[in-house]
Design a protein around this ligand. Sequence first.
Ligand code: ZN
Length: 100
Amino acid sequence: MKRHKTFKLGPHTIKIKYAKDLKGDDGRSLYGVAIFHLNTIYVCTQFGADKVDEEVIEHTLAHEAVHFFLNYLNLHDMNGNDPLVDTLSAVMLQYFKTLK
Ligand SMILES: [Zn+2]
């Protein structure tokens, strides 16, 4: 799969970085994280010796992108609802993948 590097959101350019063994501040492993004040998304590609499936990487990127969309729209309550973010990102991905 192509490793996308940036996308535009209004006047912002959001950077996409790929990392191994991505962890949060609390030390938990993360598939992805959206850091709004840095306009950056990190996506994990490998945990230890285990590569993350390309499909999971794609879904993680879409999930973190939706976090950025909701933050940009000041929909912070929705942004805190991770199951909703997951559903929106899955629907968005399906739309782009099945568009003919
Ligand atoms: Zn999330």
